[in-house]
Design a protein around this ligand. Structure first.
Ligand SMILES: C[S@@+](CC[C@H](N)C(=O)[O-])C[C@H]1O[C@@H](n2cnc3c(N)ncnc32)[C@H](O)[C@@H]1O
Length: 239
């Protein structure tokens, strides 16, 4: 469904950015608004170092890079080389390749060898995709309970790895395109038990109130908001 964006969302997403307007004209429909919302929760600022942990094919990486206005750096990590190549091509096309470094690696190994700590880290985790069934109807039929358990373990491992890349005082955003609490709130709660050095940073400054849960997370619901379902938690690391 293609609907006009509401002024509230446009203000939050700074849609006067010429880069994003260009993307809107070319390929962003209302269904991709959640990409901007997730980036808005991270709130990239010029001069910051950002790690996008599961970056490919790169919609969020490109949008984050555009928000840096040429100052700062985005390291885009993904395990899938082919998908990372798409990201590299898109970065060149949109002339943000000078501030994006792509790294093909399993995040869980990368974190063991990387001394680099960043201001902000986005983990847009692999998920069941239950928020995007309007585009992926096949997902309805091919997921088993075992798949979900495996996915939750992977999400936990990736969260642990991503947290090791955040500076003291820095921000970790965990997002999925799922509406399943087991992949969202429950993963965050389990993470906070394992990592008491992190706490929840309420997203009220970053997205419209209509998209905020009681606990201060971003949540879009395909039925309520007419957008793809997605979730994001903004977590801050203690100094
Ligand atoms: C939800 S998609 C990311 C979408 C991307 N953030 C975007 O906006 O275009 C999840 C990504 O996680 C990557 N991935 C899965 N396991 C990984 C791992 N162990 N290390 C790094 N990346 C991984 C997949 O290759 C996939 O591209």
């Amino acid at each position: 469904m293609h609907l006009p964006m509401r002024r509230q969302e446009m203000n939050f997403l700074n849609l006067d950015s010429s880069f994003f307007l260009h993307m809107i004209k070319n390929w962003i429909s209302c269904n991709y608004l959640f990409v901007g919302m997730i980036v808005s929760v991270l709130d990239p600022q010029p001069g910051e170092s950002i790690i996008d942990c599961c970056a490919a094919p790169g919609g969020k990486t490109l949008f984050m890079a555009s928000q840096l206005h040429g100052q700062g750096m985005v390291s885009a990590i993904d395990i899938n080389e082919g998908r990372l190549r798409i990201l590299q091509e898109a970065a060149k096309l949109h002339q943000v390749d000078d501030i994006i470094t792509t790294i093909c690696a399993d995040l869980r190994n990368f974190v063991k060898s990387s001394p680099q700590l960043s201001d902000k880290v986005l983990l847009d985790a692999p998920c069941s995709g239950l928020g995007v069934l309007s585009k992926r109807a096949d997902l309805r039929w091919n997921k088993t309970l075992e798949d979900l358990e495996e996915l939750k373990n992977l999400q936990d491992e990736l969260l642990d790895a991503a947290s090791g890349l955040v500076k003291p005082g820095g921000i970790l955003v965990y997002s999925t395109c799922s509406i399943d609490p087991e992949e969202n709130e429950e993963r965050v709660a389990a993470f906070l038990l394992r990592h008491p050095e992190f706490g929840i940073d309420h997203v009220q400054k970053y997205v419209p109130s209509d998209y905020i849960t009681e606990r201060g997370f971003y949540y879009s619901n395909p039925v309520k908001h007419c957008l793809d379902g997605a979730f994001a938690a903004r977590l801050v690391r203690a100094l």
